[in-house]
Design a protein around this ligand. Structure first.
Ligand code: PMP
Length: 399
């Protein structure tokens, strides 16, 4: 019998129906996908070179230009998550002999330094901020150690995270691009956690490479990542002596597939077409709401969440209000509690996801995300009620 040839039986789990419970995702991402975006992702497939798909890609490109506030032609969505865009930026910008200066104000700088090291940037200069509280924020670009780092290491790229989702800090960027350019350095910014939730102006702030992710404020499924390169960054790509070490993430090939070079489009890889449909709708919803309204909405809901947390006796991790990331709020784990008890309680009893700390904030904080359609007054009230319930049920002395 044919089946006697099989040493591995069909998995029992796969013979059961798919289980996906209803859950309010108020962690640091992904955030919930509204039905319009879900429906877009569920549409019938088309071929990855069909004109209708190429049209959707053009619309995505225009949506990213709006969200980033840039006119850059080299603007597209990477077929991969935020990490993939980070890797795409680094693998294209850096080649042997280059130095990168990485501002480490949480986990994302650590990741960028790790990727740079893997790319052979043995001399990658790392520049540590404080993880607690405010990291680098509050330092004006003209002040030490910004300037000192640029003068001392003469990097060709400075990496910094705009919205540090591990600490809940929003890094001011004013003047930084200009300072980098005065020192012959490109500015690379991670806006995965902040795009659409906090102002960023790629062209005006002279950012050379900016990237984000689909699954936070854009409320789309994870797996696509907006990215854009300035003219200065494009020149750096053109002056490379060697090809980037990744074929999949080679911007030259991607620019061609995305029609950024004015040439007929060339196949590069089979894109995640349905994810592009979703991303298109996520960007469309942001365009309909308008960036300024979206920033305001995130700011207002973050402020009322912080007010509510204070009135529950909880302490915000980021002291200075003006540098709180409006999309992800960090709050200290209250004394007498284990954060895991609180997050598990919220899932079990309230079907709400919030998260513990990450990297430098592990065991120290709880992280509550209010992003895109999830940033509502109703969700603020829901999570505060759930936390109040958790505080009266999860105290260790009661267990
Ligand atoms: N950068 C920041 C600031 C993030 O918050 C995240 C995701 N939490 C990433 C990068 C990585 O994105 P992804 O998980 O989509 O790879």
């Amino acid at each position: 019998m044919a089946t006697s040839l099989l040493h591995v039986p069909p998995p029992q789990g796969l013979l059961q129906p798919l289980v996906v419970p209803e859950r309010l995702l108020l962690g640091p991402g992904p955030s919930n996908v509204p039905s319009r975006i879900q429906a877009a992702g569920g549409r019938q497939l088309l071929g990855h070179m069909h004109p209708e798909v190429l049209q959707v890609m053009d619309e995505i490109k225009a949506g990213i230009q709006y969200a980033f506030q840039t006119q850059n032609q080299l603007t597209l969505a990477i077929s991969g998550s935020g990490h993939c865009a980070m890797e795409a930026a680094l693998v294209n910008l850096l080649e042997c002999g280059d130095t990168i200066l990485v501002a480490i104000n949480g986990i994302w700088g650590q990741r960028a330094a790790d990727i740079a090291r893997r790319l052979g940037m043995l001399g990658a200069a790392r520049w540590h901020g404080r993880a607690e509280g405010t990291g680098f924020v509050g330092r004006m670009p003209e002040c030490e150690p910004w300037l000192a780092g640029l003068v001392q290491h003469k990097p060709s790229v400075l990496f910094i995270t705009h919205g540090e989702s591990s600490t809940g800090v929003l890094q001011p960027l004013e003047g930084l691009g200009e300072l980098c350019h005065r020192h012959g350095c490109l500015l690379l910014v991670d806006a995965v956690a902040s795009l659409g939730g906090a102002p960023i102006f790629m062209d005006q702030q002279e950012i050379d490479v900016l990237y984000s992710g689909s699954q936070k404020v854009l409320n789309s499924p994870p797996g696509t990542a907006p990215i854009s390169f300035s003219e200065r960054a494009r020149k750096k790509l053109l002056s490379r002596k060697t090809k980037p070490k990744s074929f999949y993430l080679d911007m030259d090939c991607l620019a061609s597939y995305w029609g950024c070079d004015g040439e007929p489009r060339r196949y590069h890889h089979t894109a995640p077409i349905n994810s592009f449909f979703s991303l298109r709708e996520g960007l469309a919803m942001l365009a309909e709401i308008g960036l300024e309204n979206s920033w305001e909405q995130h700011q207002a809901n973050c402020a009322s969440l912080c007010q509510g947390l204070l009135s529950l006796g909880l302490e915000p991790f980021v002291k200075e209000e003006k540098v709180r990331l409006p999309t992800i709020t960090t709050v200290r784990v209250p004394e007498g509690y284990n954060w895991k008890d609180i997050t598990a309680f919220l899932i079990d009893k309230h079907a709400i996801e919030i998260a513990g700390g990450l990297g430098p904030t592990v065991d120290k904080v709880l992280r509550i995300g209010l992003m895109g359609c999830n940033s509502t007054r109703e969700n603020v009230n829901r999570v505060l009620r759930a936390l109040q319930d958790a505080l009266s049920s999860c105290h260790r002395s009661r267990l």
